[in-house]
Design a protein around this ligand. Sequence first.
Ligand SMILES: Nc1ncnc2c1ncn2[C@@H]1O[C@H](COP(=O)(O)OP(=O)(O)OP(=O)(O)O)[C@@H](O)[C@H]1O
Length: 329
Amino acid sequence: MDVTPTAASIELDGIRKQYPDGTVAVGGLSLQVRAGELVVLIGPSGCGKSTVLRMINRLIEPTGGRILIDGEDATAADPVQLRRRIGYVIQNVGLFPHQTIRTNVSTVPRLLGWPKTRIRTRTDELLELVGLDPGQFGDRYPQELSGGQRQRVGVARALAADPVVLLMDEPFSAVDPIVRGRLQEEFLRLQADVRKTIVLVTHDLDEAVRLGDRIAVLSEGGKLEQYATPADLLGKPASPFVREFVGDDRGIRRLAVTPISREMLSPLSEGDGLDGYPAVDLGSSLYDALATMLTSNSDNAKVTDNGQPVGLLTRHRVLSIDYPAESAG
Ligand SMILES: Nc1ncnc2c1ncn2[C@@H]1O[C@H](COP(=O)(O)OP(=O)(O)OP(=O)(O)O)[C@@H](O)[C@H]1O
């Protein structure tokens, strides 16, 4: 019998990990993730990001606190059962080298004892979903794929049994920046389709800003410094730690998460020579607007809504956007 799977909410309630040698990797972290939300954990090396992630699927047993998945206490559940409901993607993927791509992808459905035909249909469907032709790639072995292709297989495998939660630990860091950008874009499209609850660990702030609905910045001992949307994090760093962490180029990053708004526009007038200006859509980011102006060597862009010009955006206006938090400290 099929149980209709849905994305689940996650609540970390004071979770703690202290190792026998006394190291407190995570001192007591509370964090709520809504169903279908993509939350990024970021912070300096050793701050406890992976530990938090691995406590959610209990690859690491917490020494305190609770984890509620859709309100149910995961710390009381059978860890093996739990892991079958939680997809897990890691750097370098961890595919089984002596198994074909199809067999790799079907790992969890096989463990769950699905009928063969259903496994086959699901596996092929997933390979297509992540952009790999099952006919071409299904019978290959992992070493016969590129790094980016292997990464996609890892995502397909994690999604195979329709998990309610997906955990991803530096999933795109083993590939070069160009491939990484493409994988991130594909991944966002995939997430728009499948809407899983995702917790993703990265050390790459651009990745966090690009992918996260919300970002949790951790400092040593898994201390939560700030939990906010990318725009709020870059615009209003909550502490000197976060300010330093998001760095000096947060202004540029912030452009990428700030949409053009009507208040930024000057009215259009006949004498504006509108035909000469590049067009950007209302709702594009300021970063896109600036890029458009730079590539067409223009100081202005014509902003359109549904194809109709609604105002003029100047380069000066984009660059002088007021960041209240900048002057605060
Ligand atoms: N078995 C262990 N015994 C003692 N301390 C440990 C053990 N395993 C991990 N730690 C410590 O726990 C802390 C958190 O490690 P964790 O891997 O979660 O950090 P991270 O933020 O994911 O780091 P990175 O970004 O470098 O991967 C580190 O200080 C690490 O040294």
